[in-house]
Ligand binder design. Structure first.
Ligand code: R5P
Length: 293
């Protein structure tokens, strides 16, 4: 029991009468009305100072097997961790290859059920939200395949994660996957991002497109991060990241263009310079060259 408050008339308490309590907003787009736990987790994923994030995606093996650059996750990923804000991966890779002493937040891939050998839209949720919480996930994720044969099922998967994640204060990243036959233009990506955001995803991962990426961002009421996509020459990857941030993306969730770069550690730092410091791509490429030297 706390001691009884000794209220004496001469001990004046200070309630700051006349000073209104601040009710600040929140630095992330569309996130001001979230619960404390959600905001706290999002503040680990996105840097509150820059408002941006460099997420390192290495969940490719869950559909592709040992893709180039990720043959040995235990060798490829740990050297990059100091230079990124967040890790995105599947539970098995996390448990087997990443030290639990790592202090970076993890966005956990929770879907499964398809591989590159079959229809990628035919997925189910394979990791429960309780399991993601047990692995200390900062967010959970699955992809939606708008316009694909299993569109409805992928939306159900996303709805399930959002509903369950809301119970634990764990935000959900909605990934807009693009099927082989889908055009990655602003109309399609704008539709997909908006659908995902309206369902309740707390942030959205999509692809950069031009023209019209600024409209994709404007039409999506929550933060957008871009996937890197297929490996590009380093300068081109930095240019793409710069244009995406310049047009309103709040970060990248990049895989192959970092871990499959000629010098991944240098590339991670060059991407971070673009994302957090608004460095011009040419200057960031100079940084890349000097670091690789
Ligand atoms: C695909 O398997 C995953 O969703 C990746 O996380 C995503 O495509 C981002 O990786 P990348 O930058 O290599 O496209």
């Amino acid at each position: 029991m706390p001691d009884a408050d000794k209220t004496k008339t001469e001990e004046k308490k200070d309630f700051g009468i006349g000073v209104p309590m601040e009710t600040p907003g929140f630095f992330l787009k569309g996130s001001a009305h979230l619960y404390w736990g959600m905001k706290n987790r999002l503040s680990h994923i996105f840097n509150p100072k820059s408002g941006h994030t460099v997420m390192l995606a290495f969940d490719h093996g869950y559909i592709m097997g040992p893709t180039t650059g990720l043959e040995r996750i235990d060798l490829a990923i740990p050297p990059l961790i100091p230079y990124v804000d967040c890790l995105m991966c599947a539970r098995g890779a996390l448990r087997a290859c990443i030290s639990p002493e790592v202090r970076k937040p993890v966005v956990m891939r929770c879907s499964t059920g398809a591989t590159v050998l079959k229809d990628l839209s035919n997925e189910v949720i394979g990791v429960t939200v309780e399991e993601a919480a047990a692995l200390n996930a900062a967010a959970i994720t699955t992809q939606v395949c708008i316009g694909a044969e299993y569109e409805r099922e992928t939306l159900e998967n996303l709805a399930y994660l959002i509903n369950e994640g809301n119970r634990y204060g764990i935000p959900t990243l909605g990934v807009t996957a693009v099927g082989k036959e889908m055009v990655r233009d602003a109309r399609y990506l704008g539709l997909a991002c908006r659908v995902v955001a309206e369902l309740g995803a707390h942030f959205v991962k999509t692809y950069y497109c031009e023209p019209g990426f600024d409209e994709v961002v404007a039409g999506c009421p929550v933060p957008i991060v871009i996937a890197g996509g297929k490996k590009l020459p380093e300068l081109q990857a930095l240019q793409m990241a710069y244009k995406a941030i310049d047009q309103g993306a709040l970060g990248v969730d990049m895989g192959r263009n970092i871990f499959a770069a000629e010098h991944p550690v240098a590339m991670a730092q060059a991407v971070a310079a673009v994302v957090h410091n608004n460095e011009k791509p040419e200057k960031a490429y100079d940084l890349y060259k000097s670091l690789k030297g």
